[in-house]
Design a protein. Structure first.
Length: 401
């Protein structure tokens, strides 16, 4: 399956039952709630503190209430999703008698909405359902409508819900937590500040590239992942430097959605997300930025095992791909490096407070423990060892690409 041919094997492909895309489509949230939850249903809206202060949560609440739904809003989310926040969402979801959950915001809000939907129908402590790639959800969750306000996590399309535990990230995974409906309204992303636009866009690009480099890449994942790369590379700079460009914002909304679909196939994410979700919480680097920083390094790392696959990305970064496969692969790496520079993102970990002494420590943790939680022996093209990961982290520390 690693060669991504049309092989005679079983492929299972989970994605939202409905996606609505276009400017101002958030206005359809009430009709979607009727369709997904039933008319006049009690609904839990999960969002973050910032969107609540900006009035966006109130806007969605009014749309739902005008449609006849009783709405309660949970907005105690700030920054990365944590276990105490998940427990608070779970407590409210279990007490409210809700028929459905609407998540609006970035990945944290949508992931907490997924966990709230699970908690409403599953009685164990929420931590019991968080087990990396093992599906621990026993009873079908409440139905979910997810409305992203950033273009990066792809949570509106995925079967994952991420959570921070201490210095590390883990996640819930289950086909049952995929959204019943995703509303992709690029207008909602148009006020994202440049730094957040860069980070979320790099997250979307990382999903797509990692799905392409996954040894479990398949025809389904490739269809969405390559299109996601195409859209992200062509539009992320414009969305960053000209945030009001609605065409660029719309393209990035689709890039995020397609990337999320790609990693919800067996392709999944691989080494880049394992690294970013290990170093990000420890050194307080936002998830998308951490993914973007890791991306060119893991591409370069995997050239040794699968140069043709890395080389397949070169056409998105240069008008003159080299005839030599290894040179073409390095052109792709150089293209991502240039993209980071154009987005004002440093790819040198020393700039983020990482110490040189930490390089071996983190390499050892990933090689001996964390890679197995992410199933990297199956997913990542190149075998991972303490030595080759230490070399990779030393390059990341020094900014050597």
């Amino acid at each position: 399956m690693g060669a991504c041919g049309l092989v005679l094997t079983e492929l299972i492909f989970d994605f939202p039952r409905r996606a609505i895309f276009g400017p101002n489509t958030v206005s359809q949230a009430g009709k979607e709630a009727d369709r997904v939850f039933g008319p006049s249903s009690p609904v839990l809206v999960v969002t973050d503190r910032t969107l609540s202060k900006l009035g966006l949560a109130d806007r969605v609440r009014r749309i739902l209430e005008d449609g006849g739904h009783h709405v309660e809003v949970f907005d105690a989310i700030e920054g990365e999703p944590t276990l105490p926040v998940a427990e608070a969402v779970a407590e409210l979801a279990r007490k409210g008698g809700f028929k459905g959950v609407v998540g609006i915001g970035g990945g944290s809000a949508m992931d907490m909405a997924k966990m709230g939907a699970v908690a409403a129908t599953n009685p164990k402590p929420i931590k019991e359902y968080i087990a990396y790639l093992v599906d621990k959800v026993e009873v079908a969750p409440l139905s979910k409508i997810l409305i992203p306000t950033t273009s990066g996590t792809g949570s509106e399309a995925t079967s994952y819900a991420v959570i921070v535990e201490g210095n590390f990230k883990s996640f819930m995974t289950s086909p049952s937590i995929v959204a019943d409906s995703a509303i992709l309204d690029p207008v909602l992303t148009s006020t994202c500040p440049p730094r957040q636009t860069a980070g979320s866009g790099l997250d979307a690009l990382s999903h797509a590239v990692e799905a392409i480099l996954s040894w479990k890449a398949d025809p389904f994942s490739d269809t969405f992942a390559f299109r996601s790369v195409d859209l992200a590379v062509a539009n992320l700079r414009k969305a960053y430097h000209h945030g009001s460009d609605l065409d660029a914002r719309g393209a990035m909304s689709l890039a995020s959605f397609f990337g999320g679909i790609a990693i919800t196939t067996p392709a999944s994410v691989e080494l880049g997300h394992c690294i970013s979700e290990t170093l990000g919480p420890r050194f307080h680097i936002g998830h998308g930025l951490a993914c973007g920083i890791a991306l060119p390094y893991i591409m370069k790392f995997n050239i040794a095992a699968w140069p043709e696959r890395v080389a397949s990305l070169a056409r998105y970064f240069t008008e003159e791909p080299s005839a030599d496969v290894n040179r073409r692969a390095h052109q792709a790496v150089e293209g991502v490096k240039q993209l980071l520079e154009d987005l004002d993102v440093s790819y040198t970990l020393e700039d983020y407070g990482m110490t040189k002494e930490a390089t071996h420590e983190m390499a050892t943790f990933i090689a001996k423990e964390q890679q197995f939680n992410y199933d990297l022996p199956t997913l990542n093209p190149r075998v991972i060892t303490v030595d080759n990961l230490t070399a990779l982290f030393e390059d990341m520390y020094a900014g050597r690409l």
